[in-house]
Ligand binder design. Sequence first.
Ligand SMILES: [Zn+2]
Length: 459
Amino acid sequence: MSASKIVAGIAVWMITAVTLVAQQQHANVPHKSDARIVAAMQKVSAERLRKNDEKLVSFGTRHTLSVQLPADAAGGITKAAAWIKEELEGYSKACGGCLEVKTQTELQEKANRIPEPIQLTNVYAVQRGTDPESAKRIIVISGHYDSRNSETNDYSKPAPGANDDGSGTITVLETARVLSQYKFPATIVYLTVAGEEQGLYGSKQFAKMAKANGWNIDAVLNNDIVGGDKSPGQDATKVRVFSEGVPSNATPEQVRKIRGLGEENDSASRELARYVNEIGGQYSAGPRFRPVMVFRPDRYLRGGDHLSFNEEGFAAVRFTEWQENFNHQHQTPRTENGIEYGDLPKFVDFGYVARVAKLEVAVLASLASGPAAPARPRLLTKSLENDSQLAWDASPTGQVAYYEVVWRSTTEPTWTQSKRVGTETTAKLPVSKDNVVFGVRAVDAKGHRSIVVTPVPER
Ligand SMILES: [Zn+2]
């Protein structure tokens, strides 16, 4: 054999080996990164976040019940809502009217923490997707713009709410400003709600409206207390991502099935949290900065607006700073025994908020760029066998370069194995379904992934 033939033979062997490695890779090996997403992340401005937060605080109180203040009052929630709307309209003007800025105003009947019926207003902007089929997919980012102080129903004394939840509101605004400079096939909704502190009333109204109108919401990223309070013990390299395990809206029959199959760690919200975790590993929002998944709906015995979406059957997660300082939440500003209380801008780390906003720019842009998840994923269980056969229907939005089957052992938190299967909609793997959890996702030519969906058994 001539030297050139040997070289050619080695080359063929190497290509084959590389292809084999590429076909079965670890799921946590990053996919191709999108330069456009990296560029968008760089546009997030900590200084602008600070200015917007100070503006929100300047309304004195944004208490939900302050809607009752006289029209000539200096501040209050009505004026804050008007400012948020104006701000979103400004971003829309800058992108040639690419945002539809809207309000949802509904009567909230007398209820717990609502002593008299009042009007509740949610302010939101819709960035309609550019592809007719993909535009039906909706990705939501949310925060609550209402605030409170030490007294649950006091609506006249200061309630600055710089962190809770000025930080979430400015994150929504900043992602809207940045992402409205780009176009995406799917639709993004930038949402700020009222009524959270009184009992999640604004988000309940919004989620109910979305459900009633048949909105196809793929994901909700709720931001509540993402200010990175500057107290000792804070870890500014981490943001928590809370997600429910067993879906809130599951029927007793569905819960029985979840229990029987050991699916309590694979709700749609949990898969969304894993998606955020992977994007956080792929796109750097700052040195060592990363999302940390918490497998629990929210902090112990507490709640937030994502739960309103969960109740209506939508995948929704909550972003919250690593460690909260309770002297700086729901407190009337004051100094007592040398301790300063109050939710003030000076305790907020705007560099940290910028990192959270960058992470979510990457998540929103990846979701809105990529294909829809494969439909009707199934695990075929006609015969007892140690191999596993999966099948699914094509992603309804098309734009699929390949599908990927992912799996993990039942005790692992994240997808650790994957196999590319081209544009086929079936796969057979020499791995026993009894020992692992399977999922499948769609990936486009630029490496944007869909959220993983887990298969249901089919006989
Ligand atoms: Zn809050």
